[in-house]
Design a protein around this ligand. Sequence first.
Ligand SMILES: [Zn+2]
Length: 267
Amino acid sequence: MIYLIILAIVFIAILYFIKKAKAFTEASPSILKNYKDILLKEVDYYEQLPEDEKAQFEKRIHLFLNEKKITGVDVEADERTKVLVAASAVIPAFAFDDYNYPMIREVLLYSNTFDDSFLHPNREMKQDRISGMVGSGPLSQVVMLSKPDLISGFQSKKRHHNVGIHEFTHLLDKTDGVVDGVPEHLMEKKNIDPWLNEMHKEIQKIRAGASDISPYALTNDAEFLAVASEYFFVAPSEFKKKHPELLDYLQKIFKQEVSEEGVQPME
Ligand SMILES: [Zn+2]
């Protein structure tokens, strides 16, 4: 009898995995066409990719949207917004084959900037203009984003901001366990100290008003990495021209290279 029960459990488990595995591959042509239309219109990074990489990008978008829940808290989570959330996740991780942020399960969207005091009830200073954050504690598997800020990140290159890419860069930084501006799993050991050096030199420049990197990067090393990465992916040519030393490290971290066309995975 016990064998029969075990057999039944194994059988159900196999069925479950087959069903799950199937869900990943089932991107119908019409779904892919829909992604393509949105990406071509809204995402410069996608537009500059060669055709075969574009197809790969669409698959990664599908994988993300299949596995992660995207919930509008007080705003609609429409198809376009969902694709932009997924694009924010795929862009910094595009060179890491099939990497799909196992540490998160849900993205929450808000109608505007939000207040995070529910996470820090004892903090004196109120922070109520947050456009995105990676959750902590009971919300550690959640990313929160302001929908209008997410969208505007894909619209203006001038500001070098993209809150979606910013938050997902924090998650890549977190793959070694800590969000500290040094994604050790993505770096060769010998590059860690020179990277910190280069970062701290640039921090001095920002302090002196001699850098076009947002002063938000002064918050700490983790924010420096996230802010510099937004700029790297949003305006790659400009970043290359103005920050050749930082460029070298970011290219190595993300395994992506800036060329005439834009930025894409290294060969
Ligand atoms: Zn941040």
